[in-house]
Design a protein around this ligand. Structure first.
Ligand SMILES: C[S@@+](CC[C@H](N)C(=O)[O-])C[C@H]1O[C@@H](n2cnc3c(N)ncnc32)[C@H](O)[C@@H]1O
Length: 255
């Protein structure tokens, strides 16, 4: 079964102008009490969550495992007139690619860390940490896996989107709970124009549900202070434990 990340064109269809505005507002709120300028996103994908930061004045660098997502990110950045350095890397050894460089904030966006097993989360965060300046930050966002494991929800629906050419796109996901504790997300996209079927795409993604304490414990062990656990997007005012996504902002101690 194909990975969605080989079809960055389809991935990006979910990111409309209103989503982009919401993402920009998220960053404004989430980072409002920080003095961050240079950021590295180690799972930047096509840049959907990261490129809106350029409009707020952040200086962006990005890496990802997927060459096709990076190519799309390069194009998206060019289209919006943003300069960005991009390189291919596994986030578990991202520091090996940037020896001697350091950023105000190193982050992993888009619920990407749970692609690796819980035991490897520390390795990934430790590699990211090597690229954080003293007093800088690690940021990550994640699905609320604690809630998912509690409710064992099977279906996840998105609002329909009317694309520029008048095509209506519907998306839903079917989540399989595998016996080994991992999860398979079956992603279904359907397209309809003028009431007629216009296409269907199906992808499969494999995750390792990551309870929040795995992130918190790893960051604490790396000598970070947890500054905030917020909803993602931060403007959503539901209690964090009840919402679908959250993010963590952690500050590296100076010494
Ligand atoms: C859901 S996408 C998020 C992309 C982007 N951050 C966004 O939010 O739109 C997950 C991304 O994680 C990347 N990824 C998965 N495993 C990775 C790894 N071990 N190292 C680096 N990137 C990885 C995938 O290639 C994909 O681009």
């Amino acid at each position: 079964m194909a990975s969605l990340y080989d079809r960055a064109d389809i991935y990006d269809l979910g990111y409309t102008d209103s989503m982009r505005n919401a993402i920009r507002e998220h960053w404004r709120l989430a980072l409002r009490e920080t003095e961050i300028r240079d950021v590295l996103d180690v799972s930047i994908g096509s840049g959907a969550l990261t490129l809106p930061m350029a409009e707020l004045g952040y200086c962006l660098t990005g890496s990802d495992l997927s060459r096709s997502m990076l190519e799309k990110c390069r194009k998206n950045a060019k289209d919006q007139g943003t300069e960005i350095e991009l390189f291919e890397s596994d986030f578990r050894k991202v520091h090996e690619n940037l020896a001697g460089k350091a950023f105000d904030m190193v982050m992993s966006t888009g619920n990407s860390l749970p692609y690796v097993e819980n035991e490897q989360i520390f390795t990934a965060l430790a590699s990211m940490d090597q690229l954080v300046k003293p007093g800088g930050y690690i940021y990550l966002d994640s699905r609320n896996w604690d809630r998912i494991l509690k409710t064992r929800q099977r279906f996840y629906f998105y609002r329909p989107i009317i694309l520029d050419d008048g095509v209506r796109m519907d998306r839903f996901q079917v989540w399989d709970y595998n016996p080994d504790g991992s999860m398979t997300f079956n992603l279904v996209f359907t397209f309809e124009k003028d009431g007629s079927f216009a296409g269907r795409e199906i992808f499969e993604e494999h995750y390792h549900p990551t309870p929040r304490n795995i992130f918190i414990d790893a960051l604490t062990a790396l000598d970070y202070e947890i500054r905030a656990v917020m909803n993602h997007p931060a403007q959503c005012d539901k209690p964090v434990d009840e919402f679908d996504w959250y993010c963590i902002l952690a500050k590296k101690k100076n010494a």
